[in-house]
Design a protein around this ligand. Structure first.
Ligand SMILES: [Zn+2]
Length: 148
């Protein structure tokens, strides 16, 4: 994961300044709610960030409209990355909170062109709980969702 961490206050964060044009970015696409630009780290050529324009720290702070717009832009960018760079794979990555590996606290998602043995790794320690435990987890979530 990237080591850079932006600790700027809301409204002055690096992505707000980038959206406002106060700092340069290699812009890819812009619409009413989102801005897509090249990640300066470029894990692989064609690595793009999709951010919402309004300052919202995480996925949980987005409106439904912003969330839909971010995924719509990510899909459009992914199609363009396929056309322009032809990577054998594309990964979307979206992190929330310090423990979730978020480093810039302004909602964004990564569209990453992927190649075999490109050094990207996500540890995924399966726990495989019994099915009854899964049902219990699902019941808790259904309860929250039903409450609206
Ligand atoms: Zn911001």
């Amino acid at each position: 994961m990237p080591m850079f961490v932006d600790t700027s206050p809301p409204g002055q964060c690096i992505f707000c300044r980038l959206v406002a044009g106060e700092i340069p970015a290699a812009r890819v696409h812009e619409d009413e709610l989102t801005l897509a630009f090249m990640d300066i780290g470029q894990v692989n050529p064609g690595h793009v960030l999709v951010a919402v324009k309004r300052h919202a720290a995480t996925l949980l702070d987005l409106t439904e409209e912003e969330a839909a717009a971010a995924m719509r832009t990510a899909r459009r960018v992914a199609l363009a990355v396929r056309e322009a760079f032809d990577p054998p794979g594309i990964t979307l990555l979206q992190a929330n909170g310090k423990e979730g590996d978020q480093t810039v606290f302004h909602f964004h998602l990564h569209v990453v062109s992927r190649h075999g043995d490109d050094g990207i790794a996500l540890s995924w320690p399966r726990k495989d709980p019994p099915f009854a435990v899964l049902q219990g987890y699902a019941e808790r979530l259904r309860g929250v969702l039903a409450a609206g």
